[in-house]
Design a protein around this ligand. Sequence first.
Ligand code: DC
Length: 232
Amino acid sequence: MEKVRINIAIDGHSSSGKSTMAKSLAKELNFVYIDTGAMYRAAALFCIKERLIEGNEIDERRIPTAIERMYIAFKYNAKTEQSEIHLGGANVEQEIRSMEVARRVSLVAAVPEIRHKLVNIQQRMASSGGVIMDGRDIGTVVMPKAKLKFFITADVEIRAQRRYEELKEKGVETTLGDVLHNIQERDRIDTTRAVAPLRKAEDSIVMDNTNLTIDEQFDFLLSHSRKAIAEA
Ligand code: DC
């Protein structure tokens, strides 16, 4: 009988390095990596383009009908060897990383209809196992039965510094203060929203990476993953 492959859930605060770790882990274990933050960012881009969001206000009345036209999917890019996010058939992998999207995404991610639609897609993608999914509600809502759950965090100043360096390298013009403010604001909205707020699943393994190198983090996650796979 073929062995059912486990799923791995990775949740945690914004810019805690979840996706970097999830990507490397998926490559090492030959699992499929799913970046659910990219899906919420694509939804935020959709809302911006459709003028469903003005300043900090979302037009909740128009959302249910409008999102019937919101097509979000991952497509594999052989050149980058990554699955990239598409909105309405167009590759928006770069566009969703802008500060404009970062400023709006937590507001959009708090809308119940949007969460409902994206959670359904995520659960379908995880239904055959072999998936590493990162986000905010993966261990609590999307895959509550995942065999292995991690919760990743770090001091907010460290997260802002790392994110700032990353953006600077990509040529995005911003300041450390701006990035810190954005992360604090996202933490606040993500942890206090009414639907599926960011919280640690009781059965998750916590990794605070404030003082850990990339290699130390990877080794920690890999050893827990190998153990869980062996036990499955
Ligand atoms: O992981 P990220 O920073 O790209 O996520 C972008 C935003 O999307 C983040 O502010 C919170 C939201 N998000 C969410 O609410 N639920 C998820 N499963 C993933 C992301």
